[in-house]
Design a protein around this ligand. Structure first.
Ligand code: ADP
Ligand code: MG
Length: 717
């Protein structure tokens, strides 16, 4: 695919078409008054409400802009709890008083729409309320135009809420958590003397991993096309052991796909910057320049959507599942996260002077406290059927939530903790500890611990436990709320020591010392994959939830979810509904995999094995009829051996098929119990069935095997 050309017929620079399909501040500046533009600027930066008259003017401007670009329709674009996005298009068509057709798009139409909410997951919330749901414009994320070969539509990023205001989507919790986190962080900053700060925002850069395989091959496997994961597949003779895929040359077919993907994303204002081969064969990564978390989350949805659709255009399939192939690495989505204040300062930047270091250390302590106290809910926020294959396996962060700070910071915190002078001189201690140099050291600190689920990387945290296929809104919202809780607890301590609303540096350091002591058990610098860590974590009292149903159970414990209510992210009913939705999703996804496996085993594997068996038996008979001399007889015996091997494996297959087809096992259970039965019994049965099928894959002649093998799919580019 050619990059867009400009008027002189040369290839346009990215900057020339970046954001060309976005109704951003540049586009608004041409169509709104200076006053209206100022309000929009503020709302886009720090949030806020828009009154109906401004909405009217913005709607008119957006329609004009969109129609100039050829758009005929608009839609509220929202994020129900399916992990994907939803949209219902309306034409700009209307009639004037005389009945003549005109184009119209009004303020109320921009502000709100009322899709039929009854077919979206609600976790039972709406059985007690009306089935009505509303989508409402989120003015902090810009509108954009989606172009297809068949027309253009104006997309309006929106929240999705129930009639009574419960959040039915993934966006609303993030917006709410950003608000409360800002309020709490401002309080912290004011208490430590940073009185000028007016707001704090969160920034996110999500690194998206995925697999690319040939479409023709993917379509031959219903497990991949329906569940996104290969439920069968014998280990390829070559996998990732030569470490020759990571950062290797991008195959030209994939490069062509990346080119088109990037052009589409640039037009939509998605600042994708990095692309490279990942560790597993067939695996790749695309990462953007970080943005404010709400926009980053919207953009990640667009990245996922375009990854899939552009791949198809190139005869490829992009697999976003966390573990499409057993035996090679799975895919995650490292969510890089930081906080920025109204002056543009990154609060997680260690800074160059002792004073800046103190701001950094204060926020670090708030984060340590928040993660320690809410680690189980954080774990639940990344729980999914797909991610179960990743977390806890030796390739991804473990299911135990801990924090990695790096050698230098760890030492600094230890030194603050053990410093035994009661009358401390903050400034002197900072200098004595080498704290005035944290910035340089932290930046140089490249001993990246890939085994940690939550790692400090220079001036941000990297939440690595997030899965590749889902929305980042939800885990980011929970992370924000957890940090908000940590800061609130810290603020209480600061308030108790404050004089005229400010805490002295010495008192602050004493408080931080205390927090560092209290939160020590959440810090871990070692190898997260090791068995020793599992044992140690258990001793430290850290939880290790091996699968989704176990991890989700924390959501029914009000004491543990209270911080979400306090942060205004959810009410108690919301949390229970999220629990029910996540459980249901887990069960359905697992059952789709199970059903794919049954169908493939029965309609593909068994018939092929029977044909092969028939052929073998014919050969055995033919050979014995020939009454061959002794050396040849030995060779012929291998036919009989092959028969026995195939027959015995088929027997196992038959037994495992019967076991896994036992639907009664799930009857009469509520969704919670069903999810536990699935994780403890059915996933094991699926594994046993897989072993039999994969053994047969190694016995049956290659050209008879009914679906593409790992060796073909992973090395086909
Ligand atoms: P790596 O794979 O080495 O971790 P990448 O460059 O692939 O690094 O991804 C790092 C991500 O972190 C990018 O999206 C980048 O924009 C983002 N990032 C960098 N600084 C910050 C920050 N202060 N806050 C949030 N995200 C950040
Ligand atoms: Mg990366």
């Amino acid at each position: 695919m050619q990059r867009p050309q400009n008027a002189e017929g040369r290839q346009s620079r990215i900057a020339e078409y970046f954001g060309s399909n976005v109704f951003d501040l540049r586009a608004m500046a041409k169509r709104l008054s200076a006053h209206d533009l100022e309000i929009m600027k503020k709302v886009m930066k720090i949030g806020g409400k828009i009154d109906s008259s401004l909405a009217e003017r913005v709607a008119a401007a957006a329609r004009e802009w969109a129609m100039e670009k050829g758009a005929t329709h608009y839609c509220h674009w929202f994020q129900p709890q399916t992990g994907a996005t939803a949209e219902k298009h309306d034409a700009f068509l209307w009639f004037d008083k005389e009945g003549n057709p005109i184009e119209r798009f009004t303020g109320p139409e921009l502000l709100q729409s009322e899709p039929d909410a009854s077919s979206f997951p609600s976790g039972g919330i709406r059985s007690t309320f009306e089935a009505r749901g509303y989508t409402g414009w989120d003015p902090s994320s810009p509108m954009f135009i989606v172009e297809t070969e068949n027309g253009k539509t104006l997309y309006i990023p929106s929240v999705f809420i129930s009639y009574h205001g419960e959040a039915l989507d993934f966006k609303t919790p993030l917006l709410r958590s950003n608000n409360t986190l800002s309020i709490e962080a401002i309080k912290t900053l004011h208490l430590i003397g940073e009185k000028k700060v007016t707001h704090v925002t969160t920034s996110v850069g999500p690194e998206q991993e995925f697999f690319i395989i040939d479409k023709k091959q993917a379509m031959k496997r219903i497990d991949l096309s329906l569940s996104g994961r290969s439920v069968f597949g014998r280990k390829s003779p070559k996998g990732q052991e030569l470490e020759d895929h990571y950062f290797a040359h991008i195959p030209s077919r994939v490069q062509a796909f990346f080119n088109e993907l990037e052009v589409e994303l640039y037009k939509l204002g998605v600042p994708v910057k990095t692309r490279h081969n990942e560790v597993a064969p067939g695996q790749f990564e695309i990462a953007p320049i970080y943005e404010s978390s709400n926009i980053a989350a919207d953009h990640n949805q667009l990245v996922m959507k375009y990854l899939k659709s552009i791949a198809l255009k190139h005869g490829l399939v992009a697999l976003l599942h966390e573990k499409p192939f057993a035996g090679v690495n799975g895919s995650g989505k490292h969510v890089n996260w930081s906080m920025t204040d109204s002056s543009g300062r990154n609060l997680l930047d260690p800074g160059a002077t002792p004073h800046e270091n103190l701001v950094f250390l204060t926020f670090l302590c708030g984060i340590l406290q928040g993660i320690l106290d809410n680690s189980e809910v954080l774990r639940a926020s990344v729980a999914s059927a797909g991610n179960d294959h990743r977390l806890g396996a030796n390739e991804a962060p473990p299911a135990i939530i801990s924090i990695f700070l790096g050698n230098t910071l760890d030492k600094i915190l230890n030194a603050i903790e053990t410093g035994n002078n009661d009358k401390i001189n903050a400034e002197k201690i900072m200098i004595d500890l080498g704290l005035s140099h944290i910035q340089n050291v932290a930046k140089d600190n490249t001993d990246r611990n890939r085994t940690s689920p939550f790692a400090f990387t220079g001036n941000k945290f990297e939440f690595r436990a997030v899965g590749s296929s889902g929305s980042i809104n939800y885990p980011t919202a929970i992370l924000n709320a957890a940090v908000c809780d940590g800061l609130a607890k810290l603020n209480k301590k600061l308030e108790a020591k404050a004089h005229n609303g400010t805490v002295s540096s010495n008192d602050l350091l004493m408080i931080l010392r205390h927090v560092i002591k209290e939160t020590k058990k959440i810090r871990f610098e070692g190898n997260g994959y090791s068995h020793e860590w599992r044992d140690e974590a258990l001793q430290r009292g850290l939880s290790n939830f091996a699968n989704t149903p176990e991890a989700l159970s924390v959501l029914s414990n009000k004491e543990k979810t209270q911080f979400l209510v306090k942060a205004g992210v959810f009410n108690d009913d919301d949390i229970l509904s999220r629990l029910a939705i996540q459980q249901e999703r887990y069960v359905k996804q697992c059952l789709i995999e199970v059903n794919c496996a049954i169908e493939m085993a029965q309609t593909q594997v068994l018939p092929v094995c029977f044909s092969y068996l028939k052929l073998l038996l014919k050969n055995v008979k033919m050979a014995s009829d020939l009454n061959l001399p002794s050396p040849a007889k030995k060779v012929v015996e291998t036919f009989s051996d092959a028969v026995s091997h195939v027959v015995s494996t088929l027997e196992t297959l038959k037994t495992q098929l019967e076991k896994i087809s036992d639907g009664d096992a799930l009857e009469h259970h509520n969704i919670g119990n069903t999810s536990h039965i699935i994780s403890t019994h059915f996933m094991l049965k699926l594994q046993n069935l897989r072993e039999a099928v994969d053994t047969l894959e190694g016995l049956v002649p290659h050209d008879l095997w009914p679906y593409p093998k790992y060796s073909e799919m992973l090395f086909g580019m």
